[in-house]
Design a protein around this ligand. Sequence first.
Ligand code: NAP
Length: 245
Amino acid sequence: MADVLILGGTAEARAAAAALVDAGLEVISSLAGRVSAPRLPVGDVRVGGFGGPDGLRQFLQDNAIQVALDATHPFAARITGNAVSASAEAEVPYLRLARPAWSAEPGDRWTRVPDIDAAAAAVADRGGRVLLTTGRQDVAAFAGVTGAWFLVRVVETPDSELPSRHEMLRSRGPYSLDGELSLIDRHGIDLVVTKNSGGALTSAKLAAAAKRGLEVIMVDRPAEPAGIDRAATVEDAVQRVRSLL
Ligand code: NAP
């Protein structure tokens, strides 16, 4: 039994869990179980898929959840779709907490693409030495790009097919501007590929790319269901969750 289910896997989800537990609420955080040593939020934690929207609806009902706070990553579109429909069916209020997307600043050289396959096609057009920061699950899309060399930066090594010419760099943010500049210089990077995840923890690569005059292939966020309740900050989400209880 819990007051709030937080669908997590992000820094915002951990911050929301800390604030809600601090406010005396019973919180269960849910993680997909993709990484072997995730950063754990405070409060109760469960790990693994629910078995689709029906499983999630059942979980909401079995645990008498009062509010579903979806703080999953902006690119985790499937769980968000499932959470919207499961919450509606279980008649549990749903709130989406997603950090604002990055927007291009003067001096940025962004090429926006609609999805990861379009990013791979853009890299195939250009070639060169690529800093690939799209995350472990998306590396396979670049496996067929033979005309480029990739510095593949991931939290955990992908088990999928990899580009034939690459170096694997395992690391987890946050990243600093100086660190990103030195990475770019050390590896002779001339193209950066990223999803538009937003947030301050990993944005230094964008400032570093602008400083070195590099093009950034920016994958736009997938669309989310229309008409859902949203919060852009952890503070706003926490306040609204409390007002729903
Ligand atoms: P996804 O494609 O939207 O979800 C695929 C399936 O994974 C869902 O249908 C669900 O399985 C399960 N799932 C996803 N998030 C879950 C959660 N928080 N708790 C329980 N089950 C979850 O998700 P994804 O893009 O693979 O991302 C997986 C997790 O990693 C998310 O929690 C997300 O916040 C985090 N993350 C994703 C990215 C990214 O770029 N996609 C980046 C950083 C962190 P069932 O249908 O069986 O319930």
